[in-house]
Design a protein around this ligand. Structure first.
Ligand code: SAM
Length: 296
């Protein structure tokens, strides 16, 4: 065997085509993880900068060593349980793309309901509304409202500077710098204005429940932990809102299913003249509390 034969043979032994890698990845994921196999297509597209179906339609594509190493590393992150959006750095919400990192909660489809109610109410009201997005995180609520309602002015708050850096990127990405301002503060404490609409998806999972959930392994605890009764942030927000919501304004709060009665009682104590309603999600669970100030 001459040197060329040896090199050729070695190369053939080491060559990995995408179809083979895909087969291996599918087998591993079905044995070791509950992640859908479609996530593998996403990481192939992400690693090779190609559409997600590239792996399926190009099984003969020869992977370079660097590409194979990258795919293996992304696959092992997926197998460890890391959420796909943290691996690709992207998540879709309300039809818009958002940058996400482990400094922010991954936007959830349930939260789209809050945006829908806010938009419906704001559109009926017309005019130039001032909206608060308390605990803005990735900025998904503020950006979705801003993109759909160019006349609204929005202030997003968060006490996490790291989270605000991500919301800033998303606001820039959607060219909403002129419409959305960010403030680092505890809920609404640093703001002395009156809002038409206060939206909040604050951490609401009771600490005991959270300790049993796998979500805590990757997403920021400060975005999830609602304290002993889950109301650690919702309660002070309602009290702070007393002076920060207009007399005919609206508060929309995303809640955990078990909290509807306690949040309604609390809201009724703080705003005795308000009309309070629960909205249910697609699974039939209480998900959103609406507090309408003038009792309409
Ligand atoms: C459940 S995440 C929601 C993020 C985003 N609004 C969404 O719906 O995906 C809650 C956010 O509230 C922020 N947060 C928690 N406590 C806060 C407080 N006291 N004041 C301001 N922000 C707070 C967290 O840093 C986190 O970004």
């Amino acid at each position: 065997m001459n040197q060329n034969d040896f090199l050729y043979q070695n190369r053939r032994i080491e060559t990995v085509v995408l179809g083979d890698w895909l087969g291996k990845a599918r087998k591993l994921i079905s044995i070791l993880s509950e992640e859908p196999t479609s996530s593998i297509n996403t990481i192939i597209g992400f690693a090779l900068n190609k559409p997600a179906y590239f792996g399926i339609s190009n099984p003969e594509f020869v992977l370079s060593t660097a590409e194979e190493t990258m795919l293996d590393s992304l696959l092992s992150r997926l197998l460890s349980g890391e959420p796909l959006p943290y691996i690709t750095g992207e998540q879709e919400f309300f039809g818009f793309d958002f940058k996400v990192t482990s400094d922010v909660l991954i936007p959830r489809p349930e939260t789209e309901m809050l945006v829908e109610y806010a938009l419906g109410w704001l559109q009926k009201r017309g005019g130039r509304n001032l909206v608060a997005d308390v605990g803005t995180g990735s900025g998904c609520i503020a950006v979705s409202i801003g993109n759909n309602l160019p006349t609204a002015k929005i202030i997003g708050t968060d006490f996490s500077n790291n989270a605000l850096q991500i919301s800033r990127v998303n606001i820039k990405r959607h060219e909403l710098d002129g419409q959305i301002n960010l403030v680092q503060t505890d809920l609404l404490a640093g703001l002395q204005v009156q809002f038409d609409c206060i939206c909040a998806n604050l951490p609401y999972i009771p600490s005991d429940t959270l300790s049993e959930l796998s979500v805590r392994k990757f997403e920021p605890i400060s975005a999830l932990d609602g304290g002993r009764d889950g109301l650690r942030h919702i309660k002070p927000l309602l009290y702070q809102s007393k002076t920060r919501v207009k007399p005919d304004g609206l508060i929309l709060l995303e809640i955990e299913a078990t909290q509807s009665h306690s949040v309604i009682d609390l809201a009724a104590t703080v705003f005795p003249a308000a009309s309070i309603r629960i909205h249910f999600d697609l699974s039939g669970l209480p998900r959103l509390i609406q507090v309408q100030m003038n009792g309409e």
